[in-house]
Design a protein around this ligand. Structure first.
Ligand code: ARG
Length: 456
């Protein structure tokens, strides 16, 4: 069934209909489409563009259609061109002429823009809540392991001692930025396009502020061409989701490494790991790997949206129908990832002894050894050089900075004394980093508290 039959003499061919149709992916917006139509019909009635009683009949017809779809009494027809066509067609089937009055002063162009915004506004909030739940789990873990010493890395080489709580809260910071990006994106999305009509607005005396307030929009779009041809909100949301995936993917990469026997810093719960069909000993971090892999889909969706939009003249063009599969896939993927990821982290067993063992190798207190000399008056560059020589000596002797006897230290620099050993203890090295933003255990707890307050 097409809405635009009048000037055509032939039926649309089956293949063209299939190619042109979007109902297979826009049917998920049935609720938003009906909400939008209810608001539109109400406004038409209030403004005297259609009769008040006709408006009421349309509204109750639409409400009935909504409840019939939700109860399963009404099946969405997958042969329809799109969800807008289907709902209007169904309304007309039920009400006759009054159904046909609904589309007065409206186009599918502003209708679809409205539906996507109504749908995505809810999704932005859902994703935000899911990220907040993840951040709360990160705060739990950080507090519990606020003084667990582990090696911090640069270039994936052991670098300086930090605490596990500190490492975990680095991710909390990334996700907090994602939350603020989502809030920003929501604000810009919160602008109602209905009334833009096909492209040029309308001569009917509509009141757009009625529809906007019925639908809970903060503002109304100010240019009818832009109202129907803007998809920035899809691109922006997909971009934010891409950044979320970058963070989830980096975190996954670390989880995957930490699960390996080379690290064994953590062990995932059996409920979030899988085995091998041939190797009986295996326990694989598939969930983390899938999250890392799925980042590619979301980046691809963002690229799809950018590419679809970059070359189309104003206003609506059918290319824009391609927006929905991309943005829906991005949202679905991120939500699916978070659904698996958050409980995986929540139930993950942390192995502090293994972190401590790794921290003991790799001379990660070498900076602190040099700092010790510097605090005794040796210029930092000289202290750095002396410590480098001491590290080389330890490597040659197969020992550590903690175990190398004081005489050996003194041979390289006579400023060293007994006090050194306390200064290079890994616990002290991690905990003395009390600078704001550092790994010190009290810092970590205070940061976790601050983050929890932000969330509440
Ligand atoms: N299914 C269409 C879409 O998703 C609805 C808008 C159709 N408008 C039109 N002028 N053909 O973009």
């Amino acid at each position: 069934m097409q809405l635009w039959k009048g000037r055509f003499q032939k039926e649309l061919s089956k293949t063209t209909n299939d190619f042109n149709s979007s109902i297979s992916f826009d049917s998920r917006m049935y609720k938003e489409d009906i909400e939008g139509s209810i608001a539109h019909a109400t406004m038409l009635g209030k403004c005297g563009i259609i009769k008040e009683e006709d408006s009421q009949e349309i509204v109750s017809g639409l409400k009935q259609i909504l409840s019939d779809i939700e109860s399963g009494a009404l099946q969405i027809d997958m042969e329809a061109e799109d969800i807008h066509t289907f709902i209007e067609g169904e309304l007309t089937k039920r009400l006759g002429d009054n159904g046909k009055r609904l589309h007065t002063s409206r186009s599918r162009n502003d209708q679809v823009a409205l539906d996507i915004k109504l749908y995505l506004k809810k999704e932005v909030k859902k994703v935000k809540t899911m990220i907040e739940e993840l951040v709360a789990v990160l705060c739990d873990k950080a507090e519990k392991y606020s003084d667990t010493v582990m090696p911090g890395y640069t270039h994936l080489q052991r670098a300086q001692p930090i605490t596990f709580g500190h490492h975990i809260l680095a991710y909390a910071e990334m996700f907090l930025r994602d939350i603020s990006r989502l809030e920003d994106c929501y604000k810009r999305m919160d602008e109602m396009p209905l009334g833009s009509c096909a492209l040029a607005g309308t001569t009917y005396p509509i009141d757009r502020s009625i529809t906007a307030s019925l639908l809970g929009f903060e503002r109304i779009t100010n240019n009818s061409l832009d109202g129907v041809s803007d998809r920035d909100y899809c691109i922006e949301f997909a971009s934010v989701l891409s950044i979320v995936m970058v963070h989830l993917s980096r975190f996954s990469e670390e989880i995957i490494m930490w699960c390996s026997w080379e690290f064994k810093f953590v062990e995932l719960d059996d409920a979030f790991s899988t085995g091998s069909s041939i190797m009986p000993q295996k326990k694989n971090p598939d969930i983390a790997e899938l999250v890392r892999g799925k980042s590619g889909r979301v980046f691809g969706d963002t690229m799809t949206l950018l590419t679809v939009m970059k070359g189309i003249a104003l206003a609506y063009n059918k290319d824009m129908q391609e927006d929905k599969e991309a943005i829906f896939d991005a949202v679905d993927t991120v939500k699916m990832c978070l659904t698996a990821f958050t409980p995986m982290i929540d139930t993950m067993k942390v192995l502090p002894q293994n972190m401590r063992k790794a921290a003991a190798g790799g001379f990660i207190n070498a900076t602190d050894c040099a700092d010790y000399l510097t605090k005794k008056g040796v210029p930092f560059r000289d202290a750095y050089k002396a410590t480098g020589e001491i590290v080389a000596l330890c490597i040659e002797k197969g020992t550590t900075l903690e175990e190398l006897p004081l005489e050996e230290y003194k041979k390289i620099c006579d400023v060293f004394d007994e006090g050194l050993y306390a200064e290079i203890s890994l616990e002290k090295c991690a905990n003395e980093r009390k600078v704001l933003g550092g790994p010190n255990s009290e810092n970590v707890k205070a940061q976790a508290k601050r983050i929890r307050e932000l969330l509440s």
